[in-house]
Design a protein around this ligand. Structure first.
Ligand SMILES: *[C@@H]1O[C@H](CO)[C@@H](O)[C@H](O)[C@H]1NC(C)=O
Ligand SMILES: *[C@@H]1O[C@H](CO)[C@@H](O)[C@H](O)[C@H]1NC(C)=O
Ligand SMILES: *[C@@H]1O[C@H](CO)[C@@H](O)[C@H](O)[C@H]1NC(C)=O
Ligand SMILES: *[C@@H]1O[C@H](CO)[C@@H](O)[C@H](O)[C@H]1NC(C)=O
Length: 686
């Protein structure tokens, strides 16, 4: 099941309450009801920003019912069975009241609950009526409790049926203010700061971090809404998110709670830039394509809907991945995975392990728009505002601006284009020389994600940015800054001309090598991908070999680095091996056994494919010894034959070419011929 954003498994403003079962004993029901009423009463002390009066009123009424229930519990005679029906209805209504109060008390949903205050008030009315009806049918006469307590319950029953639960006039005023600000944003009118402060004060949003929480919450609601059938609320949610982003950037000078750091250090393995992307998880195990509509079947495995349905239609009631026989062939949409895939597709940077599809436009499914006119207006104003701070702000303001840009440039092409158009790129480049390690890191992190936007690349290069970025790879004040700088070089190296220019900077390759030597895994990863980007240029190919990258990579293979790093190192080696100087350098490192060992290990498929290409290239383009050595290796043939079936079609072609090479070697040897292998006999597979 999908974990919703609040972690409770429930989406906000939904009330998945269940009826107690019919055979429940009255005592159990009573105890459970009392617990529910206690929970509800505990909301008295929580901060509720909108619908505050309605919440107080329903809590008061339920408090009276609680006193009654406790009195009944303490009577020895217990409850008549005729009371069970009424109490069951109360139980259902109270569950829903609790959900509603939980939503109202969420500190990240305040803006949204305010905007939904009409709906919330009507829910209170409906639930209160249900409570009134349930109390009406309670057989009070046959229940043991004091007259006074019974009178209170009767009074509450009447009130529950009558209370208006109107929307608070204060709520209405604030909602109107928000709507008028949004209307202004649509027309490009900057909101009045005083108005915004008043709205945020009303909602108790007094800090950057709380403002940021609203943005995150709205963002996750947009995700769920986008997956729903109607998508009715998307426009409003996007507008509000735009507005809250604006508030966060413009109204708060101080970023509280050391934010960013936390989210930066964890690596979910799901769609995070160059750093730790694992797009294999996004591929359907049947079609091997990125899943368009992931669904989960009874075994918990996910497949693309069209593939698995075809599989079932073909009469296979088993799970293709686990081989388990299925009790049913029901499929459930995996919305969480779908979101991650969408997010992943929003990125231009393509995974490294994916090098076969490098320039494949996975961004096509992306939404390049802000979601609403107001959101668009807000983002443009934010970009202008931040650019102003970068240009003429104090050091603190520049740092704050660079930090906000870093956050904004993470998520969308639209944000990146607004920031770019506002002119932030040259200012950020200047900040790379800052003596403040925080500013430098924020600036290079911003540039990393901005450099995914095509136009930014040119502006970076025109402003001498390449040298500055190489400088940060080499001597960045923090290791993180060096890591981001390496990542930026990777994105820049997607342009032929820039690959050449980066290579011409004598510091570039040595600085990346330093990172591979002593960086963290993520820094190594970025440096490896940057080198992979660079060697697409013939001059760089030569430079990399001269600089001694090959032994360094072989070291990565042998030093038990993570599978991802090993895969990246293999990818570079297999590209280098395609040319004679590369093959020679690799053969010199005596790495054949290591490579064969990796092929026989449990490394993911992409890694094995690189092993096969690498070995094939070494046989075809390297010296004759390689074939002889490989022919002697006992553990090569098995894994090679499995590649014929298990690998991609490319891997299997290469494996069969390599098998042919080895067979011919054996044949020639048994026929006594020792002449070198005639190269043109081999199929050149790419
Ligand atoms: C712009 O960036 C913010 C992150 O601060 C993000 O929440 C928002 O979704 C982005 N805008 C768009 C249009 O995606
Ligand atoms: C760049 O954006 C991705 C998400 O698109 C994010 O995970 C990553 O942390 C960002 N990089 C930096 C250095 O902030
Ligand atoms: C061998 O070298 C040639 C020329 O450099 C290259 O085109 C070819 O792809 C290489 N073959 C393999 C299997 O790497
Ligand atoms: C290849 O891998 C298998 C299974 O992991 C292992 O049993 C076998 O010993 C390996 N072969 C060699 C020669 O290392």
């Amino acid at each position: 099941m999908i974990q919703r954003s609040n972690g409770s498994g429930r989406r906000i403003l939904t009330y998945p309450a269940v009826h107690p079962c019919e055979v429940i004993s009255p005592q159990t029901l009573l105890a459970s009801l009392i617990t529910l009423t206690c929970n509800i009463c505990s909301f008295k002390s929580k901060v509720i920003a909108s619908n505050a009066r309605n919440a107080r009123e329903i809590i008061r009424q339920i408090g009276v019912v609680r006193v009654f229930l406790e009195a009944v519990r303490d009577e020895s005679s217990g409850l008549p069975t005729s009371a069970v029906l009424s109490l069951s209805e109360l139980h259902l209504a109270f569950q829903k009241v609790q959900f509603l109060l939980e939503d109202l008390a969420r500190d990240d949903a305040r803006v949204w609950m305010l905007m939904k205050s009409g709906h919330v008030a009507s829910q209170f009315r409906i639930l209160s009526r249900a409570m009134g009806t349930a109390l009406d049918v309670l057989p009070l006469a046959s229940v043991d409790a004091s007259v006074e307590v019974k009178e209170h319950v009767e009074l509450v029953a009447r009130q529950a049926r009558k209370t208006g639960y109107e929307v608070d006039p204060d709520d209405i005023r604030v909602v109107e203010a928000v709507r008028s600000v949004l209307a202004g944003l649509e027309k490009g009118v900057a909101p009045d700061k005083g108005d915004l402060k008043w709205v945020l004060e009303f909602l108790g949003i007094r800090k950057w971090s709380r403002c940021e929480k609203q943005v995150k919450f709205l963002d996750s609601e947009i995700g769920f809404e986008n997956l729903s059938q109607e998508k009715r609320e998307v426009g409003l949610l996007c507008s509000l998110k735009g507005l809250l982003c604006y508030c966060r950037c413009v109204l708060f000078d101080v970023v509280d709670g050391e934010p960013g750091r936390r989210s930066e250090t964890k690596c979910s393995g799901a769609g995070v830039a160059v750093d730790c992307l694992n797009s294999e998880d996004f591929r359907c195990p049947i079609s091997l394509e990125i899943m368009a509509d992931p669904v989960t079947i009874a075994t918990g495995q996910s497949y693309d809907r069209s593939s698995i349905e075809k599989w079932f239609r073909a009469g296979n009631p088993i799970c293709p991945k686990t081989g388990e026989k299925l009790k049913n062939t029901e499929v459930v949409p995996n919305l969480a995975l779908k979101r991650l895939i969408q997010q992943h597709c929003c990125e231009n940077g393509v995974a490294f392990a994916d090098s076969g599809h490098r320039n494949h436009d996975s961004g096509r499914t992306r939404l390049a728009v802000a979601g609403s006119l107001a959101a668009e207006g807000a983002m443009k104003m934010v970009a202008e505002f931040l650019n102003g701070w970068l240009e003429v702000g104090t050091v603190e303001e520049q740092n704050k601006a660079a930090y906000e840009i870093r956050l904004l440039s993470k998520s969308s092409i639209f944000n990146r284009s607004c920031l770019f158009e506002a002119g932030v790129v040259p200012h950020l480049l200047k900040l790379l020389c800052s003596a403040d390690s925080g500013i430098q890191e924020n600036a290079i992190a911003s540039l990393l994600n901005l450099s995914k936007y095509t136009k930014s690349k040119a502006v970076i290069v025109e402003n001498r940015g390449l040298d500055l970025i190489v400088g940060v790879v080499k001597k960045g004040l923090r290791l993180e800054a060096r890591q981001h700088a390496a990542g930026t070089l990777f994105y820049l190296s997607s342009v032929e001309e820039y690959r050449r220019l980066i290579g011409e900077n004598a510091d570039a390759i040595p600085a990346l090598m330093e990172l591979i030597k002593d960086g963290t895994d993520r820094a190594k990863k970025n440096a490896l991908v940057a080198i992979f980007g660079l060697i697409n240029h013939p001059e760089n190919h030569r430079r990399v070999i001269v600089a001694g990258v090959v032994p360094l990579l072989v070291n990565v293979l042998t030093s038990f680095d993570s599978e991802a790093l090993v895969t990246d190192a293999l990818a570079i080696l297999s590209t280098l091996a395609e040319k004679p100087d590369g093959s020679v350098a690799i053969s010199r490192c005596k790495a054949l056994d290591t490579i064969v060992g990796i092929l026989n290990s449990s490394i993911p498929r992409a890694g094995k494919e690189f092993c096969v290409s690498l070995l094939l290239a070494l046989c075809v383009n390297g010296s004759g010894d390689v074939v002889a050595l490989l022919a002697k290796s006992p553990s090569l043939m098995g894994p090679l034959y499995s590649q014929l079936n298990e690998g991609t079609s490319r891997a299997s072609k290469k494996a069969s070419a390599l098998i042919r090479v080895l067979h011919e070697f054996h044949e020639r040897r048994s026929s006594g011929s020792i002449s070198p292998v005639p190269q043109e006999r081999f199929v050149h597979v790419r």
